[in-house]
Design a binder for this molecule. Sequence first.
Ligand SMILES: O=C(O)[C@@H](CO)OP(=O)(O)O
Length: 240
Amino acid sequence: MSSAGATPRLDAALPLTVVLVRHGVTPLTEAGVGSGSDVPGPALSPHGRIQAAQAADAVFRIGRAPRAGARSSGGMRGGGLWPDLPRPTALVASPAVRAQETAAAVGRRLGLHVTTDDRFAEFRFGKWQGRTAQEVEQDWPGDLERWRSTGTFAPPDGESYAQLGARVWDGLTDLLAGGVDRTVVVVGHAGQIRTAVGQALGAPASHWSRLRIPPASLSVLRLWADGTTEVTAVGVPTDG
Ligand SMILES: O=C(O)[C@@H](CO)OP(=O)(O)O
């Protein structure tokens, strides 16, 4: 049995580990305004830049041993975080400014170069871009809930959960094809991370909106070439 809490496997196949980092907050996150990938901005707020540095510190701890005397629970206490995982060796980010800034902080901390993959961009919100949930509800009554709860309903000129999930999974599949027994960090967004975790769990798109992904949090997936998956962590805050 695995002391790390993972379900044991009967073969020796090794997975790709993916660390999904949500960017730090922006003025729009702080105001509760939806910001998708229809526009490149906004940038991180001053607090968001602090969160990005804290997330970078947490990513740096992945695959490192706990400090002497600390309990090796794999949690946020002690020096190391998930000490059984390979240390990150590659870093990919969404093209959005907030994700690029957060990825730059991670790259500086780990000494990794950032590559950009459009498939990890946030939802295209279309006509909902830049509006609060209340404003969307006022102009398109019932559609916000329809978008969340069906997984297949798209905002006008925007993407459904299922559409976003298809391109995100395509990106993850390419990372898996690039090699196992390694950890890749992907810096992205709340919706983008929900679709990755939801699919790794085998949950239908109608359920993905149930996942809470805080700013600057870490979610960890392990993907095997035979299609099996492990959801190692979901939405672990790094700014506490
Ligand atoms: O606007 C937000 O809160 C979400 C939209 O799901 O995106 P992001 O993670 O890019 O902030």
